[in-house]
Design a protein around this ligand. Sequence first.
Ligand code: ADP
Length: 338
Amino acid sequence: MIQKIKKALENVFIDNKNIIQSGMVKNIDLLEDEIIIHISLSNPTMHAKKKLERDISKIIIEQNVNKKIRIKTTLDTLVGKSKKEEIRNIIAVASGKGGVGKSTISTNISVSLVNMGYRVGLFDADIYGPSIPLMFNIIEDKVQSSIIHHKNGTYVMKPITSYGVKILSIGFFSKSGQAIAWRGPMATKALRQLINETDWGILDFLIIDLPPGTGDIHLSILQEFSLKGIVLVSTPQKISLSDVHRSVGMLRLKSVLVPILGIIENMSFFVKKKEKFYLFGKDGVKKFSKRMNIDFLGEIPLIQEIRESSDLGIPIVLKNRTIRKIFVKITNNIMNNL
Ligand code: ADP
């Protein structure tokens, strides 16, 4: 009977490996009227656990086993330690609308994490406007020569390191000024390949800069990769919030259920002669976060230097102490919510 269950569990996959092969199944207890399966998980999130439980139950029921199935999970942070390549925390950054500062924030959170001593990767999945290469001052020539490496007879992608962050962008694969004509399933497939076939090495954090909105691409990234959670970005104005509301709806779908680590308000106010001007409305995101029961991670003012610094390809946290402090606080808030 145990062999039969083990055989069935070989059909449950996490990160492309079946759970028997990856050693996640620690024990199987056969009781009189139930089967207890002990699993050690490296991803503590509720959605990962629920998905695994669903997959296991389904596969065992298909074997015509008519005992009750109980799955006991323990958190084992050592699971991945033996692996050479390991990504410990995948966090996505999302917004409802484009242009609200999602990429600026992904950039500066990544660099803040590097400054704190973490190993960080940043995957720019924004197929509509991949701006990470510009923000990190990565020039095309450099990309062409160093992106693809030969490894054990197969090709793997090698990220490009800038300001200590290992970067892979969908923009590396299109010339400047060229539209990326990938849509729907094709884009999803390409993104999946890029994430999986990149030699990231060991990372404490992989930040994914998602495209704005709520499409197929979001659903498949969210469902497929074991995300620790998602960070939302919005400006305080109604139009931006109404779109982010849709994103929250998607994240709370039963089939997705990715933890929302919190929301960041960008372009909160503009300061002139010590007076604050609320160009996009006051406390819009703060109020929204209360209403939606989402943690408020912090606010970033509208500052010309942020825009200038993005255009120059220098992350603002490396230039401006006040803004660095804001990002350190936001980054710590995110980590506290993991
Ligand atoms: P998204 O990724 O949401 O499309 P970006 O991060 O590309 O948005 O930001 C859009 C533009 O706004 C960029 O030119 C960026 O430099 C600028 N920007 C973002 N946040 C701020 C801010 N707080 N103050 C000034 N400019 C900002």
